[in-house]
Design a protein around this ligand. Structure first.
Ligand SMILES: Cc1cc2nc3c(=O)[nH]c(=O)nc-3n(C[C@H](O)[C@H](O)[C@H](O)COP(=O)(O)O)c2cc1C
Length: 193
């Protein structure tokens, strides 16, 4: 373990968006499995491991694109926007892999839903850090159909479960720049006497 290396990893982690990916370039499935194995080592209350990942790649990306754009069209009504429909059609095809992030509700009723969501969020941070370590790009999106009840079954989720979004992964063509964070002093209170 090397804290300096980890500090560098955590602080250089960035979101990389679909238009910044190398078009058509595939990440090895074995690397995706390593990344998702790291995700499953996230902390979780009661050993419930409340994550479920549906991985789309190859022809699967087109299936996701069709499903999410058509569901959006069906549900949008008068709010329908051609630009949103187009992005839901095109964006998955720009990625190497898209991982649908599912939260499967704990069986143990004593565990509040917010803790299952928190555990899956920890898993997503492990995905973010892992892609950074592998020199890959990616980001978590909660756009499109993420919070639609009608979307759940396509991703193997039942009513009490939640779809928390999608993690896009690809090789980086254009790195993200210009990230900022507020000073730590604004975000921390010390109680030490
Ligand atoms: C819960 C969550 C949901 C997000 N949803 C979106 C999204 O729908 N669209 C998007 O462009 N980015 C989304 N992001 C990524 C943020 O845009 C990104 O983290 C932010 O711009 C900071 O950049 P960084 O990740 O490079 O530090 C999401 C991030 C989180 C944690």
């Amino acid at each position: 373990m090397n804290p300096d290396l980890f500090n560098q990893l955590a602080r250089s982690r960035r979101s990389t968006f679909p238009d910044q990916f190398v078009a058509g370039s595939k990440v090895n499935d074995a690397i995706i499995k390593e990344i998702l194995t790291n995700a499953t080592w996230a902390p979780n209350h009661g050993k419930e491991e409340p994550w479920h990942f549906t991985v789309f790649t190859g022809k699967g990306l087109k299936k996701l694109a069709n499903f999410q754009s058509e569901l959006y069209k069906d549900l949008a009504g008068e709010n329908f926007k051609e630009i949103t429909y187009g992005k839901l059609q095109q964006n998955p095809l720009k990625a190497s892999h898209v991982v649908a992030i599912g939260m499967k509700r704990s069986v143990n009723k004593n565990i509040p839903e917010t803790e299952d969501i928190s555990a899956v969020s920890c898993a997503v941070e492990n995905i973010y850090l892992s892609i950074t370590a592998y020199g890959l790009g990616g980001y978590w999106t909660t756009g499109g159909i993420t919070y639609k009840e009608e979307a759940k079954s396509f991703f193997g989720l039942s009513e009490k479960d939640k779809l928390l979004g999608f993690f896009y992964i690809g090789h980086i063509a254009i790195p993200s720049t210009g990230a900022t964070r507020k000073s730590l002093e604004e975000k921390i209170t010390w109680i030490n006497e």
